[in-house]
Design a protein around this ligand. Structure first.
Ligand code: GDP
Length: 430
């Protein structure tokens, strides 16, 4: 079985933990989009790891990790991450495969990211300023530099000189020296070279050999460049189509799709968030859910579970089931609200509106459910959840139309309920 695990909300759904938990069922974990703006927090061997670019499968011995062509790679960030996990005793060795078609993030991309965000002023997107957006811009404009180009110093020099000259015209108050960039890239190539391969071919052969692949998404459905709340989105396709384009695999290579969703909603940066809670309750969710960005430390905006948004993710990705995370964060709340529809300009909507102005004008229609007093934190069997928590989960399943195949009740791997009777649960039944 090859399964995709991706975000069903606005990112930070706890995909890192779910991917890590499921990795023992797979031989390969492949990332298909994004860059080192994603921050997956995983607790393993009693330590906390924040993985940005490397798939979280790297923490498991014997698992090969793939960085697809849809990912943008900052070589320095990649090496820093490899050095960090190596220092913790995790050997990367030959367990990494990087696509020769992946685009590189170069020093001028980071500068241009900061500059364009500053120029947007009030209309800023809230990017992580790591150069990801400008690297994707260069890719689409067909002037990007790919990992495989590092093997051809002549054409690499032409491309870098051209791009650095363009940067120097835009940022007039300092001059970047293309030779310095090229020297850094020459060193980066020496280190990266053994890992670089044709990822599409690698995955095809792996499938022929019967190796199971997990496709790991970064960010989330509502941040997808096409299907998210444009323009407040990331620069890549976080949704299921990104698996095919970002790795060079056909759709039939994907046997199932699992969406990660929190038992409430969060979002980082700007853009609409219909169920946002700005008062006391928002603070309560942020504090107990530790909702601060794994990479940037930025406080996340918090709100009630938005079933309209998750239903949308079910449709766009063809989700078979959900991994419902952070149920324990709701422990002790007297009552809970679930947004089942939007009220917008006098009418009730059951589907996510495509137009930003429309979505911005939406008010949530809430349904109130009782909270629970006994903790769910650390509960590992469905039947041991408080009755109200079981009811809450059952209602979320009804309003989203898919089963909660996995329920997470804490950040540790073990604090998880895998519901083997659900469709997705059966994939992972031991
Ligand atoms: P990702 O980018 O989707 O992997 O999400 P993040 O890593 O940014 O955020 C998830 C955070 O929630 C991490 O700190 C996890 O350790 C933590 N986490 C994941 N699942 C649970 C859970 O069920 N309960 C609690 N309390 N924390 C969780």
């Amino acid at each position: 079985m090859n399964i995709a695990v991706l975000g069903a909300q606005w990112g930070d759904e706890g995909k890192g933990k779910i991917v890590d938990l499921l990795t023992p069922h797979f031989s390969i974990v492949a990332r298909y989009q994004g860059g080192h703006n994603a921050g997956h927090t995983v607790y393993a061997n009693g330590r906390k790891f924040v993985l940005r670019l490397l798939p979280s499968g790297i923490l498991h011995e014997g698992v090969t990790c793939v960085i697809g062509n849809g990912v943008v790679v900052d070589p320095q960030a990649l090496f820093a991450e490899i050095d960090e996990i190596s220092a913790a005793g995790i050997v990367v060795g030959d367990r990494l495969v990087i696509s020769d078609k992946a685009h590189l993030i170069l020093p001028y991309h980071r500068e241009l990211d900061l500059l364009s965000e500053a120029r947007r002023g009030e209309r800023k997107i809230g990017t992580t300023s790591r150069g990801i957006g400008p690297a994707y811009e260069d890719k689409i404009a067909r002037r990007g530099v790919r990992v495989g180009d590092l093997a051809n110093p002549g054409s690499l020099r032409d491309a870098v000189e051209h791009n650095v000259a363009a940067r120097n015209r835009i940022i007039g108050d300092s001059v970047m020296d293309a030779r310095v960039v090229l020297d850094d890239l020459a060193r980066a190539w020496q280190r990266m070279r053994p890992w670089v391969a044709d990822v599409s071919l690698f995955l095809d052969r792996a499938r022929t050999d019967g190796r199971a692949i997990m496709f790991e998404g970064a960010q989330g459905t509502l941040l997808d460049i096409d299907h998210g709340t444009y323009p407040y989105v990331t620069s890549s396709n976080a949704t299921i189509g990104g698996v095919c384009t970002g790795l060079g695999v056909g759709p039939r290579a994907i046997d199932g799709v699992l969406g990660a969703a929190k038992a409430y909603t969060t979002r980082v940066g700007e853009g609409p968030l219909p169920t946002e809670l700005t008062g006391e309750m928002g603070n309560r969710l942020r504090e107990s859910g530790q909702e601060f960005g794994a990479v940037t430390g930025r406080p996340r905006r918090c709100g009630w579970y938005d079933a309209v948004a998750v239903r949308y993710a079910v449709r766009v990705n063809g989700l078979d089931g959900l991994a419902l995370t952070k149920l324990d964060v709701l422990d002790g709340l007297p009552e809970l609200q679930v947004c089942t529809a939007y009220r917008c300009r006098g009418s009730v909507l059951h589907e996510m509106p495509g137009e930003l102005a429309h979505l911005t004008a939406c008010e949530p229609v809430y349904e109130t459910l009782p909270g629970w007093t006994a903790p769910t934190r650390g509960v590992r069997e469905f039947k041991r959840l408080p009755a109200e928590a079981r009811r809450y989960v059952a209602r979320l399943e009804e309003v989203t139309g898919v089963p909660a195949a996995i329920i997470s009740t804490g950040s540790a791997r073990e604090d998880t309920i895998v519901r083997e009777d659900s469709v997705a649960g059966r994939w992972f039944a031991r």
